[in-house]
Design a protein around this ligand. Structure first.
Ligand code: FAD
Length: 417
């Protein structure tokens, strides 16, 4: 019997996550091409090889998943151990919430365990690969597992066009048109372009009349016009502060820089800034002390500078308060205490998209069916950061990339059954 496109036959189906075994089962001979090698693409491919599909990955850089590796600098925060009901509240779009409900942090941990990457939960609830496992080892384990399940990787293949049945790559050998039964695109957002996630696909999608919400920086630092030069305290951290903007609030560490602020609370408040840029950033430098206690400490000190030291405020905090407040506010104990508890600052702008950890914006949801296939090209499925959603750092971005990849992999498999 011939195994033509779209037929099913008795053959080798991938056996769980541990390799292949010859079983009497269905194998799908349809060719799935996946463009991109980031976490969304790799997870879509993983679901598909487990379903018995023949999968090929195409990446325009020389090496795979460079942004995934960059995310591993300074700790590889794969996900977060929050309960799913709280977890999904971090996402702006219901479509992403549904994906994360279906493929949640526990399923992710199980997946990594099964490909040989144990994980652990850090003190703040973030999920990391077990200590000593480097980001490149995670990637290698994953790619080797995919290869052992028949996946093929083509590097230096830039997707430059597609039709309903073919995808076109620019390669060193020239232009190549490749047939597909299903195409998965996981081309990423528009920040850190040197990693390959350069958003150049947006122009192509626009020529196909597929609406894309313009990218904006997300999880980016904030620019502030300080009234004096902060160079001597740049790099210092405000520890255990609570930052507020509009109705959004986040506890954590903020780093003072020459241009403004960086750090998890700042990234979290990006959305609040985009919604209402005129709202000030308000920082409580002593969230554990009530205002009355701060007033007492300040009043009992011989001068305001000593008062701030008695409050155990860092050098950077003391510089910020002294340099940015008027003399009359700084020398008035009641007003100084109020500023310690609610220091208010106008934010000029977010740092550039290039520097941002992620981008909000992407393919408009109205262009997609609920299985994330394109309405104009039903054999093409999209996943990851190229879709229009936003979330804070803390593992939520990667979990969404994994979960949307899994969603699309399952959808392609379901379409064939
Ligand atoms: C500095 C930094 C730190 C981060 N830290 C964290 C963190 O701690 N926790 C967290 O959850 N997230 C973090 N992230 C975010 C996370 O890395 C991304 O959200 C995630 O990688 C997105 O996955 P993706 O698969 O959708 O896209 P990407 O990982 O961007 O992958 C897209 C891939 O497609 C390829 N590609 C693009 N266009 C083409 C084309 N035309 N042809 C062929 N290939 C193409 C790209 O080269 C790339 O390999 C961080 C990001 C950065 C930059």
């Amino acid at each position: 019997m011939s195994i033509g496109i779209g037929t099913r036959s008795r053959a080798i189906k991938r056996d769980g996550l541990n390799g292949n075994s010859e079983t009497d089962c269905t194998v799908y001979t349809k060719q799935v091409r996946i463009v991109g090698t980031g976490p969304a693409a790799l997870m879509a491919g993983s679901k598909l090889v487990l379903e018995g599909f023949s999968v090929s990955f195409y990446e325009h850089k020389k090496a795979a998943a460079r942004k995934f590796l960059v995310a591993g600098h300074g700790g590889f925060n794969l996900s977060n151990a929050q309960p799913t009901a709280d977890f999904v509240e971090k996402y702006t779009h219901t479509e992403i919430k549904k994906c994360v409900e279906r493929f949640d942090n526990q399923q992710l941990v199980l997946f990594f365990e099964q490909i040989g990457i144990p994980t652990y939960v850090g003190s703040t609830g973030k999920i990391f690969p077990a200590k000593g496992i480097k980001p490149i080892e995670v990637l290698n384990a994953w790619m080797n597992w995919l290869k052992s399940n028949g996946a093929v990787f083509y590097m230096e293949h830039k997707c430059i066009d597609f039709t309903e049945t073919q995808v076109c790559f620019s390669t060193k050998q020239g232009i190549q048109w490749v047939d597909f039964d299903f195409l998965v695109m996981a081309l990423g957002g528009g920040s850190w372009t040197k990693t390959g996630s350069d958003g150049s696909w947006v122009e192509l999608f626009e020529t196909k009349e597929i609406d894309v919400e313009p990218f904006v920086a997300s999880n980016a630092g904030m620019n502030v016009s300080f009234t004096s030069d902060p160079s001597h305290v740049a790099g210092e951290v405000f520890k255990n502060v609570v930052a507020t903007m509009g109705v959004m609030e986040k506890k954590g560490e903020i780093t003072l820089t020459t241009y403004g602020f960086e750090g998890a609370p700042i990234y979290y408040l990006n959305r609040a800034f985009r919604d209402n840029p005129l709202d000030p950033l308000v920082i409580d430098f002593k969230p554990q002390l009530p205002l009355e206690r701060v007033v007492e400490v300040i009043k009992s000190a011989p001068n305001p500078s000593q008062a701030l030291k008695n409050l155990k405020l860092s050098k950077a905090t003391r510089w910020l308060l002294k340099s940015q407040l008027t003399k009359s506010d700084f020398t008035n104990p009641m007003l100084l205490a109020a500023h310690v508890k609610a220091f208010s600052l106008k934010i000029d702008s977010l740092r550039s998209m290039e520097e941002a950890i992620s981008t909000a914006g992407g393919v408009d949801w109205r262009e997609l069916h609920s299985d994330f296939s394109l309405k104009k090209y039903p054999k093409i499925f999209l996943c990851g950061e190229m879709l229009n959603w936003d979330a804070p750092t803390g593992g939520y971005l990667l979990q969404a990339a994994f979960a949307t990849g899994h969603w699309v992999g399952a959808a392609v498999a379901h379409t064939t059954k």
